[in-house]
Design a protein around this ligand. Structure first.
Ligand code: PMP
Length: 401
């Protein structure tokens, strides 16, 4: 028999399946709301002008193609930490944040999973919200952590199940690792309010849990990078030790360049030194060192004050377009006379709207209306345009009655 006779075919990736079905559809007005990437109002991928300008600078400076160090391009990681933790961050000033460049957000989560698996003194288990980004479970279980869940979504209110979340965090064994989406929770688009974050911080502290923040959308949610970093800065201020995964896929549109960072807030500069040495030992056999091109682009944007200003405006532009499309979708549904309450569409934030539509309704949307999105009712608001919102609303109206 062949060596691989025992390899069974696995299920295809849920999102890629949608893209396939969308491509096969010959209807001219088909709509793809599956992809988690920003589109402009013409439905086209968008390269930020600040990214084009930064790339131009990188190319004309004719840098060599030597390896970066194991932890990446230092001018990038330094600026990434500043962007996340803020200029007033105590641990940053005290030089006690260990940071490494990563293969975007996914790679940061994976390094974090591996580091915790190797060194976390408590139970090697991580609690993720129900639901969470579809890849979290696989990333952490492949890192050797046991994956458990806490309540997050209330399907009756299509909002946050705050009580469920708090009681699950209280019920988890003392010293548990807890994954928290910093902003623009994927897939629900539902974030805790600042007051709720304060309560979450308190419970995490009381229970001596260890927070793992995933920040894949800084700036992309509200349009303001400081506002979106609120929970991280709050937790740091409250004296939590934490780890953080950052992605520049969405806020800089650097998807395929794979630019991210993973950081650990340590107790002292001396501890940081030890932690940093172990991050290097961990990364070296994984991929040796990260790619430089995207990190150089991000570094230009973060460090050049005029490019930085331009970029902040462009991030806000993307966030604002999404916020506008949410309002427009809701208005179109109401104008059609829909009796359902669609407030959640505008209450939610970030790339995705969690519509509350059932899997059967999502099937009908695809089969009868050529509107494609994941079965859980999540739609990518980035795929909505002023040109397709009316037809989208009509389709949703028809399947929801
Ligand atoms: N975390 C969350 C919550 C995400 O939504 C994403 C992207 N969809 C990621 C991490 C990682 O994405 P990337 O590896 O492209 O940065």
């Amino acid at each position: 028999a062949s060596t691989w006779a025992n390899v069974k075919e696995g299920p295809p990736d849920a999102i890629l399946g949608i893209t396939e079905a969308f491509k096969k559809d010959s209807f001219g007005e088909k709509i793809n709301l599956g992809v988690g990437a920003y589109r402009d109002n013409q439905g086209k991928p968008y390269v930020l002008p600040s990214v084009r300008a930064a790339e131009e600078k990188v190319v004309t400076s004719k840098l060599d193609k030597e390896y970066a160090g194991i932890t990446g391009v230092p001018s990038f990681t330094k600026a990434a930490a500043l962007l996340a933790y803020g200029p007033d961050s105590k641990p940053l000033k005290e030089d006690r944040i260990a940071i490494t460049q990563s293969i975007s957000g996914t790679g940061a989560l994976r390094i974090g999973g591996a580091f915790l698996q190797r060194f976390y003194p408590g139970a090697k288990a991580i609690y993720i919200p129900t639901p969470s980004w579809a890849n979290h479970k696989a990333v952490f279980s492949d890192s050797g952590l046991e994956v458990k869940q806490y309540k997050y979504y209330n399907k009756d209110t299509i909002g946050l199940d705050f009580h469920g979340m708090i009681s699950d965090l209280k019920a988890a064994p003392t010293g548990s690792i807890v994954l928290l989406h910093a902003c623009a929770h994927n897939p629900t688009g539902i974030d805790p309010t600042p007051e709720q974050w304060q309560q979450i911080s308190q419970v995490v502290k009381e229970k001596e849990h260890y927070p793992f923040f995933d920040m894949a959308y800084q700036g992309f949610a509200s349009g303001d990078t400081d506002k979106d970093a609120y929970p991280i800065r709050l937790f740091v201020e409250q004296g939590h030790s934490l780890v953080l995964s950052q992605s520049f896929a969405k806020n800089m549109g650097l998807y395929g360049e794979r630019v991210g960072a993973f950081s650990i807030v340590c107790d002292s500069a001396e501890e940081k030194k030890r932690v940093d040495s172990q991050i290097k030992i961990l990364v070296r056999p994984l991929y040796s060192n990260p790619p430089v091109h995207g990190a150089r682009i991000a570094s230009e944007i973060l460090n050049d004050s005029s490019l930085n200003k331009q970029w902040l405006g462009e991030v806000k532009g993307m966030a604002d377009r999404i916020i506008e499309m949410r309002a427009l979708l809701k208005k179109n549904l109401e104008d059609l006379g829909s009796k359902h309450n669609w407030d959640h569409i505008t209450n939610q934030i970030g790339m995705f709207a969690y519509t509350g539509l059932k899997p059967e309704q999502m099937d009908t949307l695809a089969k009868e209306h050529s509107v494609y999105a994941t079965k859980d009712g999540r739609i990518s608001v980035a795929g909505i345009t002023t040109g397709n919102v009316k037809r989208l609303a009509e389709s949703i109206y028809k399947v929801t009655g």
